[in-house]
Design a protein around this ligand. Structure first.
Ligand SMILES: [Zn+2]
Ligand SMILES: [Zn+2]
Length: 214
């Protein structure tokens, strides 16, 4: 499995293109912004993208959706509980004083326990609400090392905000305690912002996780 991380846009959000080295089939995780960079990588690597998966639908993770979706002609997938937040993109844009991106049709909903496969790669969808109501994490447990795409739930040294539209602090604590803290230490974490990290490193150094460990 290959992971390309592109840090894009005003909010320096991470878009990921995850591809199967054997078949060149791929998915896009969060078409955040700068559609041309995302499409440029896909074109240069001659990838066969199967879908765009949204970890969640805050404005900084969905701005490139219209252009990337129409260029690739692939379905867009998210958790149904993110739909209301997504429809509220114009209000989110107004909050930040920026132009609202166009909305696209959401083609498929996923929930915890579903699997997403492309080529010989396969991940499990895990529900990780708190930063947003229907936030999902994609777990590639079979890769070595195993990998997680967590959206804005966990960052290197920090966690996602819970003061945004659709956030819920008690859900966030449950997500961190019941999902994130139970992931294996060697799992590589790809966050919606900032550098990649590992679960083990965060358990040892992230003040929010240290506090939960007590
Ligand atoms: Zn977010
Ligand atoms: Zn974000």
């Amino acid at each position: 499995m290959r992971v390309e991380m592109l840090t894009v846009g005003l909010f320096q959000s991470n878009s990921f293109i995850v591809s199967c080295e054997k078949t060149n089939e791929a998915i896009v995780v969060d078409a955040c912004d700068e559609a041309d960079r995302i499409l440029g990588y896909i074109e240069s690597e001659k990838l066969d993208v199967k879908m765009i998966v949204n970890t969640h639908s805050h404005i900084d993770h969905v701005t490139a959706l219209p252009k990337v979706k129409s260029a690739l002609g692939v379905p867009v997938v998210m958790h149904e509980k993110e739909l209301e937040l997504y429809k509220g993109i114009p209000q989110q844009a107004a909050m930040f004083g920026i132009t609202a991106p166009e909305l696209v049709e959401i083609d498929r909903f996923v929930e915890g326990g579903d699997r997403i496969s492309f080529g010989t790669c396969s991940c499990e969808v895990v529900e990780t609400p708190g930063h947003s109501p229907g936030g999902i994490t994609l777990l590639f447990r079979d890769e070595s090392p195993p990998r997680a795409f967590v959206g804005d739930v966990l960052f290197e040294g920090s966690i996602g905000r819970t003061d945004l539209p659709g956030s819920d602090q008690s859900q966030m604590i449950t997500t961190l305690r019941e999902v994130i803290m139970k992931l294996p230490d060697d799992m590589v974490v790809y966050s919606g912002h900032g550098r990649e990290t590992t679960i083990g490193l965060e358990k040892q150094t992230n003040p929010f996780l240290l506090e939960l460990r007590g």
